[in-house]
Ligand binder design. Sequence first.
Ligand code: RB5
Length: 154
Amino acid sequence: MRIAVGADHAGYGLKQLLSDHLRTLGHAVSDLGTDSETPVDYPEFGAAVGRAVVAGAAELGLCVCGTGIGIAMAANKVPGVRAAVVHDVTTARLARAHNHANVVCLGGRILGEQVAKDALDTFLSTAPEGGRHDRRVAELAGLEEAATAAGARP
Ligand code: RB5
């Protein structure tokens, strides 16, 4: 699978660790930065991952900041992104199965390495469920379309 990854300085270490993990599993990692622990602002990196997923350059995205929250907010500003902050295997499984999340966001200052790896593995191996979940995800897309249309008005 092609996976776009991005992080700010607070997520840099976990991003590097998880990128190595993904490559070991045979995934193609597109690293969109940041490249060090020098302070940067998370919106740029969340948006870059979101754009890569929506453009089809990657099937899924991985974002890491201190909490996972700010970078998820940034990714979610890109239409078509469903970014979810995930804390463990249960939230990872449900984010994918029920919410059809296409970007997983983790907190580098929150999660231990093994918990983060397990959550990421679960996210990648869980299939989106259909039925009522398809309907709800379609409703999310409808909200996004309505907001875009409203924003386009003069
Ligand atoms: C950076 O200090 C921190 O605020 C950021 O990584 C993130 O946790 C924001 O949501």
